[in-house]
Ligand binder design. Structure first.
Ligand code: ADP
Length: 192
């Protein structure tokens, strides 16, 4: 199995690259943001709860997020591996993911971090907000809040896996194809 974490600030291109990696490596793409938006669309209890955090640019509480992620993995056991996109976003989420995978005799193969500077991110997200219909993309205050949360709470997840020798940093500026080639190069080096 190959279990990748696609990591990086909001708007760094994780979703775009994940879609391409899924095709090439036959992995299941699990985006916690997409899962929350699906729940919101169906007006479920989980969705209503998640929405109140997401619209403010805050993280949804760990226990809610971890449970939802585990359910998605459990529901899809027959795959070659997973691409986790937008998860883990806190150290407790990383620890929970490790424990969960270990209970299945698996582990995180690598964390691939897309490096993009703050100004570029704000520009990309405001642009995406024009068409995505996402409330959290159309307000610059909320975007800046998400970047702050990333720097303060999420970026430590990079160090967490770096200490295990599993973190890879990729230049996230360039064309979609250029960035995709860089990611593939780094996956090929893993020898899995
Ligand atoms: P982006 O990476 O562009 O911020 P996502 O779709 O990954 O977009 O996430 C949107 C929002 O969903 C986040 O700002 C957060 O509120 C919530 N969210 C997604 N994943 C997580 C997570 N792992 N833990 C807590 N909240 C999450």
């Amino acid at each position: 199995m190959i279990n990748l974490i696609l990591f990086g600030p909001p708007g760094s291109g994780k979703g775009t690259q994940a879609a391409k990696l899924v095709d090439k490596y036959e992995l299941l793409h699990i985006s916690t943001g997409d899962l929350f938006r699906y729940e919101i669309g169906n007006n479920t209890e989980l969705g209503v709860k998640a929405k109140s955090y997401m619209n403010k640019g805050e993280l949804v509480p760990d226990e809610v997020t971890i449970g939802m992620l585990q359910n998605k993995v459990e529901a899809n056991p027959d795959v070659r591996g997973y691409i986790f996109d937008g998860f883990p976003r806190t150290e407790p989420q990383a620890e929970a993911l490790d424990r969960f995978l270990m209970s299945k005799g698996q582990e995180v193969t690598a964390l691939i971090a897309l490096d993009v500077d703050d100004d570029e991110i704000v520009k990309r997200l405001l642009e995406r907000g024009k068409t995505s219909g996402r409330a959290d993309d159309s307000n610059e205050e909320v975007i800046r809040k998400r970047i702050r949360v990333y720097n303060e709470t999420t970026s430590v997840v990079y160090n967490y896996y770096d200490e295990k020798g599993k973190s890879e940093r990729i230049e996230g500026k360039g064309t979609i194809e250029e960035i995709f080639s860089r990611i593939c190069e780094s996956i090929e080096k893993l020898n899995v």
